[in-house]
Every structure is written in structure tokens, then in C-alpha cells.
Ligand binder design. Structure first.
Ligand SMILES: [Zn+2]
Length: 290
């Protein structure tokens, strides 16, 4: 181990925390609530081997109680920053518009097209701050850690995909999916925006890892089954496969952290607001920024 700045890792995941604890993927040190100006947030401090991280269930503690359109993104990012997190891995299960992708496959988005309509996109509601460049959007340091984890296992994962973020809660129409494909989109989901933009405003690294849950509307033919999740777009026999994908993502995150802990940071995420700091517009304490 070198003597690099100690990074603190946070993970934003789906609502599988309890399953992952039950299955022994990681163990619980403690759970607690963090107060933020946007509401309270439940965090878990979890451990795997000698690596401990903060874990946040994006959709509430159990099951899928908060759907993506109503997630309190600002409270979540604020809470992670408040406990000292400097780098965030986030996982989500988008649909695939690209037929080369397989259900359960783990992939890394490279870029994002924001099609959301009514969310809180910034912490800087009162001032013209946060004029931050969005390319590269996702932390390249964290990405490379994940890629290295998989390549050490002899696996290569796709890392050049474009994620289209829709508002929901309804699923996309077939015509919308057609349009998004023309835009160059590969994945469609509802969670990464504004999460990534808010993390960048607070100078945190943010890297999503996705597992493909289904094919988007119109990409493959699926009968409409009102009694099933996603109206039958998610194949029933794939649930076990998807649970395995989530476990692999957690393994990959801890594996990537182990790799990243051994080398120096190369990304600029922690300097996103530097221009404002240098100009004396904001101070050292981020709490005073907005
Ligand atoms: Zn970074």
C-alpha cells in the first residue's frame, strides 16, 4: 500500500441490501440516518474482507418502495458527501436497446443522454455555479478499476455504451425507443440522472455499473402481461440470473476498490469546482456553497 490520500467509497445500489447481507456478500457494521437539508437518508456501513464502504439503497430500504421519478437524489448525494465519501459506484439495471447485449450482462456506460423532465438537477439553485463540463461524464479512474477487475478474471466487459435516462414512472413507448436508438443510445433506464450531475457538483467521483434486465419496448416481441413486472417485458426465468449479476457487481466494486487503493488518483473529479474556489466565489467548506 502506498501513502495516497485515503479515499472513502460509497455505493448506491438497488434495494437488494438485505438480500446481499443475508447471502453474505458483505456484512453489516452499522446502519444509521444522516440528516440533510433535503431530508433524512438511511446509510449502511458494510464490510467485505478489510474494505468497508457506505451503502445506500436508492429505492428505499426494502423492496422497490421509491420509484426512480421520486428518488430524493439531492438528499442521497448530500448524505454520502456528509459522511466523507469521495468516490461513488452506482449500479442500476437498465433495459437494452442494443440486441448485442445479453440479459444479465454487466456493462459500463460511457455517456448519457438526459431525457428526464422534472427532477432536481442542481444544488446551486440560487447562483450560477456548477457550470461543470460533462465530458468525461463518469469517473475514468473508477471505470478503469472495474475494467481491470474483470480483465484480471479473463473477462472483458463492454465499456462504450450510451445510457438514455427517461423520466418514468411509465416505461418508454416503442417509438421513443426507436428515437433513442437513432440518438445512439444502447441502454435505457431512469436512475443515473441527475445522480451523476449532483455528485460532480460536490466534486465526487461517480461511476455507474449496469446489468441488463430486459430488452426495451419493441426491441424484441413480448406479449403484454399486466400481472407481471414491467408488463411481461422482464422474462420470469431470468430473476435468478439477475440476482447473480447483482452479486457480481458487488464483487467487482470491492475488487475495483482494492485495485484503486494501490494506486494514485488520476481523475479530476475532486477539482470540478476549482475555478470558483480560486476566484474566491466559494470557500473550502462545501456546506457553504449553496
Ligand atoms: Zn474521479
Amino acid at each position: 500500500m502506498g501513502c495516497f490520500m485515503k479515499e472513502v467509497y460509497g455505493v448506491i445500489g438497488g434495494s437488494e441490501a438485505y438480500n446481499l447481507l443475508r447471502d453474505g456478500v458483505f456484512s453489516l457494521d452499522r446502519k444509521f440516518d444522516v440528516k440533510t437539508p433535503f431530508g433524512d437518508v438511511r446509510l449502511f456501513k458494510v464490510r467485505k474482507g478489510n474494505i468497508s464502504i457506505f451503502f445506500l439503497s436508492r429505492h428505499g430500504e426494502k423492496r422497490y418502495s421509491v420509484i426512480p421519478s421520486f428518488v430524493n437524489y439531492r438528499a442521497n448525494i448530500y448524505a454520502l458527501k456528509e459522511v466523507g465519501v469521495t468516490r461513488i459506484f452506482a449500479w442500476s439495471g437498465p433495459g437494452a436497446m442494443n440486441l448485442n447485449l445479453k440479459i444479465g450482462e454487466i456493462v459500463l456506460p460511457m455517456d448519457l443522454i438526459d431525457e428526464t423532465k422534472r427532477r432536481d438537477y442542481t444544488f446551486f439553485e440560487k447562483g450560477g455555479l456548477g457550470f461543470i463540463r460533462s465530458n468525461p461524464l463518469f469517473c475514468e479512474d473508477l471505470r478503469s478499476g472495474v475494467e481491470e477487475f474483470f480483465s484480471k478474471r479473463g473477462e472483458k466487459i463492454r465499456g462504450n455504451l450510451v445510457y438514455v435516462c427517461t423520466e418514468g414512472p411509465r416505461l418508454e413507448t416503442a417509438a421513443e425507443i426507436k428515437k433513442f436508438k437513432l440518438f445512439g443510445g444502447d441502454l435505457v433506464g431512469m436512475t443515473l440522472s441527475p445522480e451523476v450531475f449532483l455528485a460532480r457538483e460536490l466534486e465526487m467521483c461517480y461511476c455507474p455499473i449496469c446489468y441488463i434486465t430486459n430488452y426495451a419496448e419493441g426491441v424484441v416481441k413480448r406479449d403484454y402481461s399486466p400481472s407481471l413486472l414491467f408488463g411481461g417485458m422482464l422474462e420470469k426465468n431470468k430473476f435468478k440470473l439477475l440476482r447473480e449479476s447483482v452479486k457480481s457487481i458487488v464483487d467487482a466494486i470491492f475488487g475495483a476498490i482494492e485495485i484503486l487503493n494501490k494506486r494514485e488518483r488520476i481523475c479530476f473529479c475532486h477539482r470540478n469546482m476549482e475555478r470558483y474556489r480560486l476566484n474566491g466565489i466559494i470557500g473550502e467548506d462545501w456546506h457553504t456553497w449553496f
